[in-house]
Design a protein around this ligand. Structure first.
Ligand SMILES: Cc1cc2nc3c(=O)[nH]c(=O)nc-3n(C[C@H](O)[C@H](O)[C@H](O)COP(=O)(O)O)c2cc1C
Length: 194
């Protein structure tokens, strides 16, 4: 079975190469509108989506991310990847949002168990809405990793992201410069009991 929604679900890929062209204002409105129509635990809608289109602000964020990653230690098994991530972040051309012209940061109130789930659902809405408008998008984790990096939080606070909010995730959005291939689906990940 197919329809435009199923098509968008299947055609969406993580875009990691963007053109310089900014997305249109109506496209931005549609992305943010799609985000806030996601379901949320207990209809909390306690998220905040902060969309950044200023190149200067984005580059400043990139500087904080590069610095922050040098001392960040993950709490999970991602730790094995850290030497490579740190080395990568030291490179002159490192850019955590792949030079996308728009970055949407999803944050949520503290001490809320569904913070991450709500923001992840909203982000998928953004990704699917982007795909439906032939825009590329990518889930970006670095700002979440650096939730506790004070210089970054100071700067985000200046941008209006409440200091006590949990940074859940971010979406890089723009025009696709290159279409990514679809990774194969791993077998054995669904079961039907009838
Ligand atoms: C929770 C989560 C975190 C992710 N973080 C990043 C990230 O920080 N940077 C990135 O380039 N891709 C990130 N991705 C994208 C995945 O790498 C991507 O979805 C996966 O390789 C499958 O490719 P596809 O999205 O094209 O289907 C993330 C995806 C998820 C669901």
């Amino acid at each position: 079975m197919t329809n435009p929604i199923i098509d968008a679900i299947k055609n969406r890929r993580s875009t990691r190469q963007f053109t310089d062209e900014q997305i249109m204002e109506e496209q931005m409105d549609t992305l943010l509108e799609s985000a806030i129509w996601a379901p949320s635990g207990g209809n909390s809608q306690s998220w905040l989506f902060t969309a950044i289109q200023s190149k200067d602000v984005l580059m400043k964020l990139n500087d904080f991310v590069r610095e922050g990653l040098q001392n960040w230690t993950p709490k999970d098994d991602y730790i094995s990847k850290m030497p490579a991530i740190r080395q990568h972040a030291q490179k002159e051309d490192y850019n955590f949002y792949y030079h996308a012209p728009t970055l949407i940061i999803a944050s949520n109130r503290p001490n809320y168990d569904n913070a991450m789930a709500d923001c992840a659902l909203a982000l998928e809405n953004i990704f699917l809405a982007a795909e439906s408008m032939d825009l590329g998008s990518c889930y970006i984790n670095q700002l979440r990793w650096l939730n506790d990096y004070v210089p970054l939080r100071d700067y985000l606070a200046e941008l209006g992201v409440p200091r006590d909010h949990v940074i859940c995730s971010a979406a890089a959005v723009g025009h696709k410069a290159k279409q990514s291939n679809a990774p194969e689906r791993k077998p054995g990940t669904v079961k039907i009991i009838r």
